[in-house]
Design a protein around this ligand. Sequence first.
Ligand code: CA
Length: 228
Amino acid sequence: MAESQPKILLIEDEVQIRRFVELELKCEGYDVQSAENGMEGLSFAREQVFDLIILDRMLPGMDGLEICRRLRKDSQIPIIMLTARAEVKERVEGLDSGANDYLTKPFHLEELLARIRLQLRLSQNKPGEELRFETLRMSLLSREVFVADQSLHLSPREFELLQYFLQNPRKALSRSQILSAVWGWGNGVQDSVLDVYIHALREKIEQNGQPRLIQTVRSIGYMLKESP
Ligand code: CA
């Protein structure tokens, strides 16, 4: 069966680079959609299905780091970040925001193409979009959640909260980390809202005598971890 060409989203505000990369990727046989600013890129990424995103770090409006963080809330799509800055700190920030790879401008086209092939290969080898921890199982495709094979009914926000824990198992997550990841930066959400959601989520997960998996980490926040 013939496979369709991988679809790449290119988010780049510099018109010359955008046109050049778009043209070259098309010559390589990729299906390319390009966006000239962050907001446009983010909405394309949410409305359409892509196999990989090439994301410029410095963009007008919303920058590449913020786009990356937002996408990572519900997507494992490979992201290659482009930047004019080469400092270690910048690279670390890019990778911490969820980018899979990082390329400094000016770059050689051959290197970008090699990195695209690598990321596409890695993502094909991933075992589906399913997250598991102990008795918990979450399908990101069907948005179903199970605990010990019993289906759980979660609100969209509870789903995102649990997804964040499942993607960061056994890590002490601070309250502000959780709030910004799940509710977004500058969310204006009261700290106590998090406790309300954690309480609701625990009740659902722990029904029928299931052990506690979301642990309180005193004066920090919460952690997904087996009960001691
Ligand atoms: Ca730029």
